[in-house]
Design a protein around this ligand. Sequence first.
Ligand code: PAF
Length: 291
Amino acid sequence: MATTPAELSKAVTELLEATGKDRPALGLVPTMGALHSGHASLAQAARADNDVVVASIFVNPLQFDDPDDLARYPRTLEADLELLGQAGVDIVFAPSEETMYPGGQPLVRVSSGSLGTRFEGAARPGHFDGVLTVVAKLFHCVQPAVPAEFRAYFGQKDAQQVALIRRMVADLNFPVQIYPVPIVRAADGLAESSRNVFLNPEDRSRALVLSQALARLQERAATRRPLDAPAAAALIMETPGVELDYFEVVDPLTLEPVPSGAGDVLTGPALALVAARVAGIRLIDNAELHG
Ligand code: PAF
């Protein structure tokens, strides 16, 4: 395990050189720990595509607007190392807060712009500036010092995060390719999340209405029927104990709204986004729609 950028850089360089290739591939899986099967699928995707795989574990204080949420965030380093080892990760980078932010919280941050103030950004002001800032730092820490393809893997469950990281990489010319990895769902359809541990069995079964509402839209898009997103949103709003925040159909790259009323048939790819609180736990989910 590397805990400083210098240790990390040395380990990455040694492993890349040991491949004997002119241009080996390096995959990065950034995480905040509390790993579950969704993270395992990121690590497995990176393992399948790359010669060397790095995973980072860092609970980034910049992306929490609520100190209680930060304090409550599960920290499970031993189990995380076990999961990453089983997925074939070569190097784990687990820096301390002091290492990542030596002078305290940074004065200069990456701005997520208007895309970062909608949906999750509206509910959590500053969240995406914090995410982009730490992801930029992680890219710089892992960036290979020898010629290599550099790829980074992010879960599609955080669709807005993926869209923003893609924009940051394109807009600011980061030399890294972004690979979104499909959502992992439990057998009952619930999207895997580190927050699911806070749901009791009854709340968990109520939470299933999110994936059911998304599946309804997917089915309507696939059969070229009007989406009628308000009817799907109503399913969520009518479920006791579930407080809907947003349910929107958007363009997958810009996250601008796409017409999705009772008379609107989808004509291209779109993304349905949902967020709700179940027993006070905020859950998000999304589904790709194909018109
Ligand atoms: O998705 C996450 O776990 C975090 O937002 C990330 C990308 C590791 C940045 O802290």
